[in-house]
Design a binder for this molecule. Structure first.
Ligand SMILES: Nc1nc2c(ncn2[C@@H]2O[C@H](COP(=O)(O)OP(=O)(O)OP(=O)(O)O)[C@@H](O)[C@H]2O)c(=O)[nH]1
Length: 315
């Protein structure tokens, strides 16, 4: 299995700088890198530090739309090349939606068998981020989808600005870890093994989610819910399939841990665009409060209908 780390973030946020530092931090890891650029001529590939690495460029389009088929071809070619690869880094264009790229790794069984999506990292520029958020919805989608948010250019902002931004981002995406970064240096963390899509990691992060919370940024809102009771699996499945099929354009991220009727273990569900990933988590411990937890981040999502829906799931 080749682990995959997606690196997203708005235009000029510091993605290539971060990626280069990542490559330097792991000299013994054999990387393959996919650089996606929107213009006709790819230049980011040339900016990657170590020419020893296999750099694939997907230019003149954005992987999340027109190039998704091409991404699949590159992945297949990578496998067929017979090259030894430990880890794949995918740097998206600044205007890409990471969820649709992630969906290629989760939704295509041939790819999912060989590539394991490990984490999605968003580089958020402390200097220009507020403006990008206001002007471009995709900047919110990148934050909403990521498991790990790195604040870049902290050396160019005041400590107070950085603190405020970190606080704000945690409200926007209560599931993500937010870290400060100065000049692209790598934080002292095992970035290649964040394992954010693993069931136990989702469970761990969910324990930090507030029980009831709403945070809005323009039209983008993040809702968290926490409720007791046994959830009916058929009703839950029906609701989520409708939600993911019909509303994936407005739901940027979904993660939930459920206490399902008749299940001795937690059930962990993650939404990646119109795909959902259902896993059996750890067993409920004796005496543990069997609390369902759910986070939904998206555009213009109202809280009340979901609260009503929750009640019907418990009946
Ligand atoms: N001072 C400072 N500059 C940074 C930092 N991170 C990146 N930069 C600079 O910001 C500029 C853009 O950085 P890149 O790494 O190319 O950004 P990117 O997100 O890959 O850019 P695009 O591919 O165009 O979207 C470069 O001049 C970097 O040197 C940082 O933490 N501090």
């Amino acid at each position: 299995m080749i682990k995959v780390t997606l690196i997203t973030g708005f235009l000029g946020a510091g993605k290539t700088t971060f990626l280069n530092n990542l490559i330097n931090k792991y000299p013994d890891t054999k990387f393959a890198i996919i650089e996606n650029e929107f213009g006709e001529v790819g230049i980011d590939g040339g900016l990657v530090v170590d020419s020893q690495e296999d750099v694939f460029e997907l230019s003149n389009g954005c992987i999340c739309c027109s190039l998704n088929g091409e991404l699949r071809d590159v992945l297949r070619n990578l496998l067929n090349s017979g090259k030894e690869i430990d880890h794949l880094l995918v740097e998206t264009t600044g205007i890409a939606e990471p969820s649709s790229i992630a969906a290629a790794f989760v939704g295509d069984p041939a790819i999912a068998k060989l590539f394991e999506l490990n984490a999605c990292i968003c580089i958020a520029d402390t200097v220009n981020f507020e403006q990008s958020l206001q002007d471009h919805e995709v900047a919110s989608k990148q934050i909403a989808f990521s498991d790990y948010i790195v604040l870049s250019k902290c050396d160019l902002s005041t400590e107070d600005q950085v603190k405020k931004m970190a606080f704000h981002l945690k409200l926007m995406n209560p599931l993500a870890l937010v870290e400060k970064n100065y000049n692209g240096e790598i934080i002292d963390k095992d970035i290649l093994n964040l394992n954010s899509f693993n069931t136990d990691k989702v469970e761990e992060r969910a324990s930090f989610v507030p029980s009831a919370h709403e945070h809005a940024h323009g039209e983008v809102v993040s809702h968290s819910f926490s409720f007791e009771g046994e959830v009916d699996p058929v009703k839950l499945e029906m609701w989520l399939s409708v939600l993911f099929q019909l509303q994936f354009e407005v739901i940027f991220r979904f993660k939930g841990i459920f206490n399902i009727k008749g299940e001795t273990n937690k059930v962990v569900i993650q939404g990646v665009r119109n795909e959902s990933k259902i896993n059996i988590g750890s067993p409920w411990k004796e005496g543990e409060k069997r609390e369902n937890k759910m986070v939904i981040i998206g555009k213009g999502i109202k809280r009340e209908p979901i609260e009503k829906k929750i009640k019907s799931l418990l009946r």
